[in-house]
Design a protein around this ligand. Structure first.
Ligand code: AMP
Length: 113
């Protein structure tokens, strides 16, 4: 856990979030500034700063993020969705606690901006 990390604060319950899924190691919650009709984030409770900081010991956890994200999208009625991980400021990462975006519910352009 990182003291000043906004997503660690959500994990600790210090900041509210619209939670869609929670277990002992993962949390899914709606993005506060949705870019699509369905837009939520899946995070590990463990603080990992971003995709490039994932270690071999995290591989199972990162795989679970994909499965739980897909199942959560389905529960929200969405079968077609985009999965995004931003790594680094130039790629658009603004929160340095790894998170998987799931976006769906509208046509999505490719390539993204
Ligand atoms: P990224 O730009 O990939 O780092 O994505 C960070 C995402 O976190 C953005 O889409 C923000 O809208 C979202 N976000 C930031 N703060 C919160 C919060 N308190 N609750 C939910 N989503 C948040």
């Amino acid at each position: 856990m990182a003291d000043n990390c906004i997503f660690c604060k959500i994990v600790r319950g210090e900041i509210p979030a619209a939670k869609l899924y929670e277990d002992e190691e993962l949390l899914a919650f709606r993005d506060i500034s949705p870019a699509a009709p369905l837009h939520f984030l899946v995070i590990p409770k463990k603080h990992i700063s971003g995709p490039a900081a994932v270690t071999a010991e995290d591989e199972r956890l990162i795989g679970r993020m994909l499965r739980i994200g897909s199942e959560t999208a389905k529960k929200e009625g969405i079968e077609d969705f985009r999965v995004v991980f931003n790594n680094g400021a130039q790629a658009g990462q603004t929160v340095f606690h790894i998170h998987m975006h799931i976006l769906g519910g509208r046509d999505l352009n490719w390539p993204p901006g």
